[in-house]
Design a protein around this ligand. Structure first.
Ligand code: 5GP
Ligand code: MN
Length: 345
């Protein structure tokens, strides 16, 4: 049970509420935000959801999507600043430090409203007045469900809110296969089913709604761009801007690619390095003991979770890949002794 008394008191009268989440929102980030927004609107609050950047089309089905404001520094900075300064309550969902949401972070830091953090990343920054972080939770959407339930409002979770939360839990647990998939997670899904959510519709909208180009891009990446380093039980993919352009890559098209690298037998550490022009964005995944959040924090200004993390590099792609490769010998012992690194027959 979460202690929701302070939040309950805060929300006892209609409030101006601002909700935001991390850069390039994924299903957990957007699902948590829109699930929470749907709930708070039902309670009579005035809610605005602002994302620090755009997000994939396969999330656009979520109820409340039409009202999301995508922050564009050159276009709506004044409007968003105004919303932040007028908000009485600011919900920060699915990110742990204000530095990760560009200019918005500093605006929120300076805001006078009550800041509420609901998140499941490691090492949360202490900036919130009310903090519902728990690094053991599988998804922020799991915590959002619990907070609503512990406020005594589970009955307000309808199909739309439920499907937003389900999408977050489904994707962050890798469709219920990561070790974070606890009994609690399954119990929550059972409760969401009571709200009549359509599980297979959510799966289809998220996983089976890609463009033809995206599938061809996947084929190209797997055939030509994947490198397997058996001596380190590691596999990685590096993608240039030209390649993204050639396949008309859109936001979200590279999501999940890194998991293919991790699906190879014996591979316990996988990375994808993508040249986004202004920086190289990196996603790390692992199975077992190897902590990619530590690796990413130490070497690539990043962080995240034990088995799923991300980071950034401002060097060119080639240099970044070389730096990544040069680091591997330092981790070789850890990588080759992993009990999950099954030896090839
Ligand atoms: P993804 O690889 O899917 O972008 O991110 C994996 C996890 O790492 C997510 O939980 C994400 O929030 C976190 N993450 C991704 N990039 C960064 C980063 O640059 N800094 C930090 N602190 N976390 C990140
Ligand atoms: Mn998450």
């Amino acid at each position: 049970m979460h202690d929701t008394s302070a939040l309950q008191e805060l929300l006892a009268q209609p409030r101006q509420i601002f909700i935001t989440t991390h850069h390039k929102p994924d299903a957990d980030a957007l699902g948590s935000s829109l699930g929470m927004a749907g709930y708070l609107r039902k309670k009579g609050h005035h809610v605005t959801v602002v994302t620090p950047s755009d997000y994939p089309d396969f999330l656009a089905w979520m109820p409340g999507n039409e009202e999301v404001i995508v922050y564009e520094p050159d276009q709506n900075d004044a409007q968003v600043r105004d919303l932040i300064s007028r908000a009485e309550v600011l919900f920060c969902l699915d990110f742990s430090c204000l530095g990760r949401i560009s200019e918005l972070g500093e605006y929120i830091r300076a805001a006078s409203g009550t800041k509420v953090l609901i998140d499941h990343h490691q090492e949360p920054e202490q900036f919130a007045d009310l903090d519902f972080s728990n690094a053991k939770a599988a998804a922020t959407a799991e915590l959002v469900f619990e907070v609503i339930r512990d406020m005594g409002d589970q009955a307000l979770i309808d199909k739309g809110i439920g499907e937003c939360l389900y999408a977050g839990i489904m994707t962050d647990t890798g469709s219920f296969r990561h070790p974070s998939t606890s009994r609690n997670v399954h119990l929550i899904i059972a409760e969401l089913l009571n709200a009549d959510i359509d599980l297979s519709a959510v799966h289809r909208r998220i996983y089976d709604s890609h463009s033809e180009m995206r599938l061809r891009f996947l084929g190209f990446v797997l055939k030509d761009k994947l490198t397997v380093l058996r001596e380190y039980n590691t596999a990685y993919i590096a993608i240039t801007q030209d390649e993204l352009r050639q396949y008309q890559s859109k936001t979200g098209d590279t999501e999940g690619l890194v998991n293919f690298a991790l699906s190879i037998e014996g591979v316990v550490f996988a990375a994808i390095l993508i040249d986004r022009g202004n920086a190289v964005k990196i996603s790390f995944r692992s199975v077992g003991d190897f902590s990619v959040s530590d690796f990413s924090r130490r070497h690539f200004q990043g962080g995240g979770h034990h088995n799923a993390a991300g980071g950034i590099s401002y060097e060119p792609l080639d240099t970044t890949v070389q730096r990544f490769l040069d680091l591997l010998p330092h981790y070789q012992t850890q990588l080759v002794t992993s009990p999950l690194a099954v030896a090839q027959p």
